[in-house]
Design a protein around this ligand. Structure first.
Ligand code: PLP
Length: 372
């Protein structure tokens, strides 16, 4: 039997991946070029410029890293940290916790500042930890996909800068769905993913590093322990004028990302952010009529990922069972709660192309049937 069999068509309303747009899939079926072909390199340059617009930065080292968002996280931390360096990590969900673990494995001394899942980090608590530890790096998550919380960035980043710390920001779920302003916020390293608000398949991590971050990498006393993620080696292929082989760039995935970024820029970022906000409002209002309550207070709620406490009508049937029926009977995926929120919430993603009225209405219609 062939390995590849017919696959179902799903509406992906979980925490990611979201559905890829047909223009992205069409781009991915175009003929391969070599990774040093001048036409491909010209596309790569245009893509880097497009990513700078999405991140609102002039950072030269802005590029599509050849692996998923976790590799972007790892690249930011292993390049900026040396064994024995201090880092302060804000943890209010799974991905802050992952940052702390990556930093620990890089040999850093990790101080975590925790906040209850479903709430944002307290800038005062972060400020105190930064003043006490005087860390090399301060890192936290802009859009915590495990809870649906949006973290205000500016104040924490400013306090970090006052102590001469570098700021690392996780923008995996926020990029192209909410304003991300690396230069205005003075963020030194940021990473994202392609499978969320860019509506591309998973596989790449757009990353951006400031001049200060690059200087830190150049001043390291020992090489980055990851050869693959070493920025000074990646720069040989992705940066500057001359292009030398480092690893074979994932050509097809880069075509797809180029199409995804084109769509975002053609739509215009303000309109795109508005569309995400409107879709989230429609979702929350619609689900309220079925008894779902948002986990996160309105002022710190993400539009592209909504966490919802489950009504009795769902709990009665077992939430896993309702999710399974949504998938198999209606072709709709939504996400379960993680960690302390497992069994307590669902996570509904309206990311990129799915942040529109039709997917919301399809979910509401399916749930009305299942919970009748
Ligand atoms: N950070 C956040 C906020 C995420 O939502 C995710 C993935 O969902 C990641 C990091 C890791 O990205 P990936 O799963 O693409 O490695």
């Amino acid at each position: 039997m062939p390995i590849l069999q017919p696959l179902p068509d799903r509406l992906l309303l979980g925490p990611g991946p979201s559905n890829a747009h047909p223009s992205v899939l069409e781009a991915m079926s175009r003929p391969l070029l070599g990774h040093l072909d001048p036409d491909f390199l010209a596309l790569l340059d245009r893509l880097k410029e497009g990513l700078r617009t999405l991140f609102a930065t002039r950072n030269e080292m802005t590029l599509p890293l050849s692996a998923t968002g976790s590799a972007g996280m790892e690249a930011a931390l292993v390049n900026l940290l040396e064994p024995g360096d201090d880092i302060v990590v804000g943890v209010n969900g799974v991905f802050g916790g992952r940052m702390a673990e990556v930093a620990r494995r890089a040999g850093a001394r990790v101080t975590t500042v925790e906040a209850r899942w479903g709430t944002s980090l307290d800038p005062q608590a972060m400020t105190e930890a930064i003043a006490r530890v005087r860390p090399r790096v301060v890192s936290f998550v802009h859009a915590e996909t495990s809870t649906g919380v949006c973290q205000p960035v500016e104040e924490i980043a400013a306090r970090a800068r006052e102590q001469d710390a570098l700021v690392v920001l996780d923008c995996v779920t926020s990029l192209a769905g909410r304003p991300v302003e690396l230069d205005a916020w003075q963020v030194d390293a940021a990473y994202s993913g392609t499978q969320k608000c860019l509506s591309c398949p998973p596989g790449l991590s757009p990353v951006s590093f400031s001049e200060r971050a690059i200087e830190r990498v150049q001043a390291r006393s020992r090489p980055v322990q990851s050869w693959y993620l070493d920025l000074s080696l990646l720069a040989g292929y992705f940066g500057g004028e001359t292009r030398v082989y480092h690893h074979t760039a994932p050509i097809t995935a880069i075509y797809g990302l180029a199409a995804g970024v084109d769509r975002a820029l053609e739509e215009g970022l303000p309109a795109r952010f508005r569309r995400h906000d409107e879709a989230a409002r429609r979702l929350v209002d619609g689900l309220a009529t079925l008894g779902f309550e948002p986990l996160v207070e309105a002022h710190e709620r993400l539009p592209m990922l909504t966490s919802l406490r489950l009504p009795e009508s769902v709990r009665r049937q077992s939430e896993a069972n309702v999710r399974a029926r949504l998938l198999t009977e209606h072709g709709i995926e939504v996400g379960a709660g993680l960690g302390p929120l497992a069994g307590e919430i669902w996570r509904v993603g309206l990311m990129g192309e799915n942040a529109r009225p039709e997917p919301v209405d399809r979910l509401l219609e399916a749930l009305r049937k299942l919970l009748a």
